[in-house]
Design a protein around this ligand. Sequence first.
Ligand code: FMN
Length: 518
Amino acid sequence: MKTPFKGKHIILGVTGSIACYKAADLASKLAQGGAEVDVILTESALKFITPLTFQSVTGRRVFTDADLWGSEGHVQHVALGRKADLLVIAPATANTLARLAHGIADNLLSITALASACPWVIAPAMDGNMYANPATQANLSALLERGVTVIGPASGHLASGLIGPGRMVEPTEIIEHLRLVLGRDGPLAGSHILVTAGGTEEPLDPVRSITNRSSGKQGFALAQAALDLGAKVTLVAGVTALPTPVGAERREARTARQMLERVLELLPQVDALIMAAAVADFRPAAQSQQKIKKEGGAPEIKLEANPDILAAAGRIKYELGMPDVLVGFAAESQSLVENATAKLKAKNLDLIVANDISASDAGFAVDNNRVTLLEAGGKVDSLPLMGKDEVAELVLARVSALLQGREILHICPQADWEQAQAKGEYRAASLESEGFIHCSRQRQVLKTANRYFRGQSDLVVLWLKPALLKSPLRFEDSHGERFPHIYGPLNLQAVWAVTNLQTDADGVFRHLQEPQAG
Ligand SMILES: Cc1cc2nc3c(=O)[nH]c(=O)nc-3n(C[C@H](O)[C@H](O)[C@H](O)COP(=O)(O)O)c2cc1C
């Protein structure tokens, strides 16, 4: 398991269910992931499992209601909750759900939960009828409404003999949900990243195809790394047996042409495209509707070129300025840097991840990669052999920095800008009515001006540096495109240039005056 749990303080509440034994595995996995895990057992949980089990796997003392009324109780009853990054209750009994839904604070776990300011994740476990009971359902609904993440329960054989929903979700799956919750306020929160992964498959007849040895591991690791940083992730997956990372939306695309279709359809909605899929360069020119029989002798297979998806995305980026960040992969067996640089330029990429496929310890179908990262700005970094998870983290850190560096623009009347300068900060009327300030990317600004400011004169464009913004910036869908929104007042330090915005004689905005360099 990787970094998202490192240094995080997690409270694991364990309540009185037979599924308590699974909680020990969960605690162990979190501790192995680098989290500081403080376990709180309810009185009923103590009937199923001992504190020693948890102490052994977390290396930390375990808390029970005895601590509540002990000599440290005055501190303990609120201290644990205050420093927590996350509170997870697994298994959560019907009784504990009722306590939490109604704010009943009569044991250490519920007091800690109420005193905490961190997100809650709850994995219920109970008999099927207890789960179906309207009281339990109402309690769950109340918790969901308050933003609590509820995982499961899963369906299966229950200890009561019933078959149905009620089983606690397995620890490995709970872990995936926890990393999603921990990452959701990360630097990519509000960004939408499209990742393609796996190989493509070109059919020859109903049973045979031409494919390649890509496992999809690198692409899936990229999707996971993007989720860990809080991004919304769409994964266009080719041929791969890998499970979808929890939180990613998966779209299947088996052939290169299907993948092109999916990518083009999603491109206007995303901030970045990472093309990690191994797309077949060629496909059989003809596909037989029937299985080709061997009695007919070895067939001669004529191939034809597949579309170059990355090049198509690069052209769209050149012409329409989207997506903001375009990342490609290059699998090279010789002259790695030269070939990758040529591809970076030819396809109008922001970043290319070049891997040397001649090495047997890295590349296709193994867990490691040895890559060189080349940026459009000329930066070249040759990285040592590392896990595909680590490569993914580094690539996403670059994507995040590139997205942060992009400019955003805001149109407003000259008078509003003058007023803002007098006040020391800028607040648009939409901040009151909608909670945010509408902004545009450079490519969107004329469209926005013609849509909302038609016929207005005396307008200015504020050019903003996202990295200097004090209020949160989110990129959100509107009119089928992503637009930046600032959630709070705009601090004037983030405005690095101001230009005038004027229409042509016919009242249409056609020209965006760029700021003078320097
Ligand atoms: C053998 C046994 C198994 C139980 N399993 C569950 C269970 O899986 N889910 C549940 O909601 N209650 C279960 N209960 C009932 C709870 O332990 C009981 O409601 C208890 O008061 C819960 O307390 P707590 O929420 O403070 O841990 C079980 C009880 C027994 C005796």
